[in-house]
Design a protein around this ligand. Structure first.
Ligand SMILES: [Zn+2]
Length: 295
């Protein structure tokens, strides 16, 4: 069987593990043991050579932190849970509001007023009991970011403001965690992956945006609006990139920014590089810890 890149130790098609051995034929024992219900649940993953039993087992052992249980966080959480990412952390200090439900599809009308992390956890438990949800009903701050990020394998940022995005970027850089980041506003979305801690030419969020835009560029979804389905498009792309990074398959989005314009239905990709003068990952960084942090 030809070996495919990405999954180490993947020596045969994983679906062999649930095909009975023919009499007299030696079949290598699968290194991964799944329950029967897991074989059924994840069959469409396991049959993919790039995922396989080994990859699915890796997802089940993975820990992903999702920043924000809002528009982007909703599809992210739904698809990560459905994919069998074994432990999903979600941090959000907000409660479900009726105005959220136009796009925040992990929540429900019956849960208006409840903490978003509780509402999200209830939905994810209903989708996939394999998944443990770690609820963090608080704001991400410079005081708690490092400790929180350190316990996860990868971080997905679905926050809605520049201060949090800089904080998440810096915390991930110091903790050497890959960060998959997305943003949406009105009819437009952006998506990229940051791994500036890794060897090679990998930029960080501050390489892309050295300073937060001023004035109109600081418009938020609450003040400027957002098409609800756009959150689904970008959140699903973000979940895909998280899964790719966890499995080490395909081409990483590091150093490339995807721009999606819903009204013209166009995707564009812009390349960007690490900046030698970046305040965080540059040659002479001015930000060397989260202590005394000001976004
Ligand atoms: Zn940088």
């Amino acid at each position: 069987m030809p070996a495919k890149a990405g999954i180490q130790g993947h020596t045969h098609r994983p679906r062999d593990s649930w095909i009975p051995a023919f009499a007299g034929m030696t079949v290598e024992r699968s290194p991964v043991e799944f329950r029967d219900d897991q074989l059924r649940r994840y069959a469409r993953h396991i049959i993919l050579q790039e995922v396989g039993g080994v990859g699915q087992a890796r997802l089940l052992e993975s820990r992903v932190l999702v920043i924000g249980a809002g528009g982007l966080g909703s599809p992210l959480l739904l698809y990560l849970a459905a994919a069998g990412v074994g432990t999903i952390g979600v941090i959000d200090d907000d409660t479900v509001d009726l105005s959220n439900l136009q796009r925040q599809i992990v929540h429900a009308t019956s849960r208006v007023g409840q903490p978003k992390v509780d509402s999200a956890a209830a939905t994810l438990a209903a989708i996939n009991p394999d998944v443990a949800v770690e609820r963090h009903a608080r704001r991400l701050t410079a005081d708690n970011a490092a400790q929180l990020v350190a316990t996860y394998d990868i971080v997905a940022d679905g926050s809605d403001n520049f201060a949090t995005r800089y904080l998440v970027n810096d915390a991930c850089f110091f903790a050497k965690k890959t960060l998959v980041s997305a943003a949406i506003l009105q009819f437009d979305g952006q998506l990229t992956t940051f791994k500036a801690h890794a060897p090679g030419d990998h930029p960080c969020y501050r390489c892309l945006f050295p300073a937060a835009p001023a004035g109109d560029a600081l418009a938020t979804c609450s003040s400027a609006g957002v098409l609800g389905a756009l959150a689904g498009t970008l959140g699903a792309l973000q979940a895909t990139e998280v899964i790719k990074e966890l499995l080490g398959i395909g081409r990483s989005l590091s150093g490339e920014l995807v721009l999606y314009e819903a009204l013209s239905t166009t995707f564009r990709k812009l390349k960007f590089k690490r900046r030698a003068d970046c305040a965080l990952c540059g040659n002479q960084p001015s930000i060397t810890s989260l202590a005394g942090y000001a976004a």
